[in-house]
Write a protein that binds this ligand. Sequence first.
Ligand SMILES: Cc1ncc(COP(=O)(O)O)c(C=O)c1O
Length: 379
Amino acid sequence: MSRVYLSPPDVGPLERQMLLEAFDSNWIAPVGPDIDAFESELANRVGVDHAVAVSSGTAALHLALLAIGVGPGNEVLVPSFTFMATAAAVTYLGATPVFVDCTAGNWTVDPALVAEAIAERSRQGRRFAAVITVDLYGQAVDYDELVPQCETAGVPLVADAAEALGATYRGAPVGSLGLAGVFSFNGNKIITTSGGGMLVSDDGALAARVRYLATQARQPVVHYEHTEVGFNYRLSNLLAALGRAQLLGLDDRITRRRRINERYRAGLSDLDGLTFMPVADYGEPNWWLTCVLIDPDRFGADREAVRLALEREDIESRPTWKPLHLQPAFDGLPLIGNGFCADIFERGLCLPSGSAMSESDLGRVIDAVRKVGPGGGAG
Ligand SMILES: Cc1ncc(COP(=O)(O)O)c(C=O)c1O
């Protein structure tokens, strides 16, 4: 039996073919027709006017914030319950992340806390340089109030949709709400280019500035002319070809991840002390990862015991994100909120959810969880 990974790449003959076609075309560079096509196909999918392909989701976040004008001394509101990259991009610019808690209802950022924080800054005559939302584990944030709140306060909203390509909010594609959206094509995401990212926006000037900054801030003249310092952040044309093939299979991958979630619910919902990440009724997730909460008293084992039991069966699972306000790298930075995300971290586990996962591997995971759970007798 082979190891079951959390969310491995899911590639096939089309990916191989398009990658080799790009190779044979000799556009083996961070420029080429597959980059142009990948950008327009992804913009089309997300329903925005512009997309800029870059080397990672982190790079896209970094340049989105830089293009907005975030700089030293600024504060940026960031959900605490996310991957490090969301806040790292803020610190690259010398700005300070201000962490905010999530809701129990769907684990994404709490719009009421965001509103309070914006209002409090405004009373002090201050303003956040940006608000970043995170469409967590493939589920959209509740944008209804957030978007107008940010607009009224004049605070740009950047949607970190790294995990959520293909998800929707009230019918609108995730990434299209706010001033700019960011996607990741890291190896574990719903579609991958091995590594890569995309900035999307309806704001042509913002997208053009990000494209320019990602290309060493090179002026459009024949010789190499630079009036400011930029970054070498463009995506390779080879990887864009891979991304185009993956994008063609996005809907299929969403369907398969949704079925995995349904299968886990069918196989585990009866276990006392095990609950699933809530799904909000305002949208359709892309079901990137299926996550559960373990209540040790009722389940009879804690999250770590479940993780280790899976590991013994050669199954990879991961604790949910460790909140950023608890990370040593951000020691001393406070949290706005009641610490709900810290509770999820104590009890949360992400289960294997790869779109190529077989029925028998799903059965293995379900059996292994049941064995350690109530009445399972694993001790
Ligand atoms: C929420 C979130 N933001 C940002 C990133 C960074 O993306 P990348 O790994 O492509 O830099 C990731 C994942 O890796 C992520 O999960």
